[in-house]
Design a protein around this ligand. Structure first.
Ligand SMILES: Cc1cc2nc3c(=O)[nH]c(=O)nc-3n(C[C@H](O)[C@H](O)[C@H](O)COP(=O)(O)OP(=O)(O)OC[C@H]3O[C@@H](n4cnc5c(N)ncnc54)[C@H](O)[C@@H]3O)c2cc1C
Length: 408
């Protein structure tokens, strides 16, 4: 393992690995679902100690080393009245999240984390250092296609956006659902989340036979919209909580997640264009989710500014036109339950694949996706990332089980 404190040390590690023709994987926040930051027998370049961040108050930009985590970024920016749209869990690495896209509660209003990336420094597979200011195509490919594929990012530069003063959330909860009832509620949820204002985010979280619908927003006018859109769902609920309003930084902490290890299998459960994409299989998915405790199927809203043409032409993140993203999760407390939980995830993935769902989020990898390069990137982006691979890492030193291959 090469525990690096500076770009010079990263370059030295890569020169060493290149000389020995040794595989390199890169760890920033260490949150890869499939452990792509680790390897057996090669060299892990650990950047978790490179955590320096500076905020330029004139330009309102952030410069961050790759070991920074989302919680660190929030701590620096919120007191300055700024934010970087990103994910919600505090322990997730800024580098891995940004380089594969990065979405969260603010993405529908402002775009993905990678859409706010304005510059990177990178060490390539031979140990040479590059700055995207001199190579704009490098920046474009790092917006969605940069994680673990062709170089190690040693610095990320971002523009920031104003942080709203307050942040609102609401939960609608259901219990003891039958698969058919889940189907009915999903239909209502897709309808409710179609055409929402950009500041509104929602998640449909099915955990066993319980469903929680989370709704967040941060513009006062959206309160009425939320009541109108989600009213039909709330009628049938076990509990429809009142809207909770708090100062933004405090409100966001509710989504920071737990610290400490928790064994799990999480993966993308596909992008959806509409309810019709999965309507026929929702009851079967609900049945499968309820079959093994600890299984969770979640759908999050995307759309809004994520689907902006301007962002699309400056990045390789490919699936912008899909307004919904599914995630399948399984958690277990005892090792003896692991196989059963993983098999249940596999069963849900099989149902979705059978329904034709085959576009996936790169940051939610599943080692079992067969055509993973196309599923994550689509043909056009794949071609651009492959060109970077051929240019910056022709010896394929930087690689993990689902990194871009030199040849198709
Ligand atoms: C609890 C949890 C919550 C999450 N929440 C969200 C969310 O809200 N929104 C969202 O979009 N995603 C979310 N994710 C997914 C997250 O975006 C990915 O797991 C991401 O890859 C994590 O980055 P990392 O730096 O922590 O991980 P690492 O394991 O260090 O790296 C992940 C991948 O990025 C590559 N990589 C890391 N650093 C570099 C670098 N410096 N240069 C080049 N390649 C690099 C690695 O090769 C690896 O393939 C979540 C994940 C977890 C586990």
């Amino acid at each position: 393992m090469a525990v690096c404190q500076s770009e010079t040390e990263v370059a030295a590690a890569l020169r060493y690995a290149h000389g020995k023709n040794t595989q390199v994987t890169v760890k920033s926040g260490g949150h890869s679902f499939e452990g792509f930051s680790s390897n057996n027998g090669g060299l892990m370049v650990d950047l978790s100690g490179m955590k320096t961040m500076t905020y330029d108050s004139k330009q309102k930009t952030l410069k961050a080393q790759p070991g920074c985590k989302l919680g660190d970024v929030g701590k620096l920016l919120f007191p300055k009245g700024r934010l970087l749209p990103s994910g919600s869990c505090a322990g997730v690495g800024l580098a891995g999240l940004t380089l594969g896209g990065g979405y969260g509660l603010f993405a529908r209003k402002y775009g993905l984390t990678c859409d706010h990336l304005i510059g990177v420094r990178m060490v390539d597979g031979q140990g040479n250092v590059h700055d995207s200011d001199q190579q704009p195509d490098l920046l474009k490919v790092c917006r969605g296609g940069g994680n673990g594929n062709f170089g190690i990012i040693t610095e990320l530069r971002f523009r920031t956006v104003p942080a709203p003063k307050s942040f609102s959330s609401k939960r609608i909860r259901f219990r003891n659902l039958t698969p058919e009832k889940v189907g009915d509620l999903a239909k209502l949820w897709f309808k409710a989340t179609d055409g929402l204002p950009g500041d509104v985010f929602s998640a449909f979280v099915l955990n066993g036979t319980q469903l929680t619908v989370l709704i967040t927003f941060f513009e006062p006018a959206s309160r009425q919209v939320v009541e109108t859109h989600f009213g039909p769902m709330a009628k049938d609920a076990w509990k429809s909580e009142p809207v909770h309003v708090a100062p933004t930084e405090r409100a966001i902490r509710r989504y920071y997640g737990r610290s400490g290890p928790l064994p799990f299998k999480n993966a993308s459960a596909g992008y959806y264009k509409s309810h019709a994409d999965i309507a026929s299989v929702i009851p079967r998915i609900a049945e499968q989710v309820a079959d093994v405790s600890g299984t969770v199927w979640q759908i999050n809203t995307l759309g809004g500014r994520i689907n902006s043409h301007d962002f699309a032409k400056e990045s390789v993140y490919p699936h912008r036109s899909y307004p919904w993203l599914g995630e399948i999760q399984a958690y277990w407390d005892r090792e003896s339950r692991a196989t059963k939980c993983i098999e249940n995830v596999r069963a849900v993935q099989k149902i979705l694949l059978g329904a034709g769902i085959n576009k996936h989020y790169r940051n939610y990898p599943d080692i079992e996706f067969k055509d993973w390069e196309r599923s994550y990137y689509g043909d056009e982006s794949l071609k651009m990332i492959r060109q970077m691979k051929q240019r910056f890492d022709p010896a394929d030193i930087i690689r993990h089980p689902q990194s871009i291959r030199l040849e198709s």
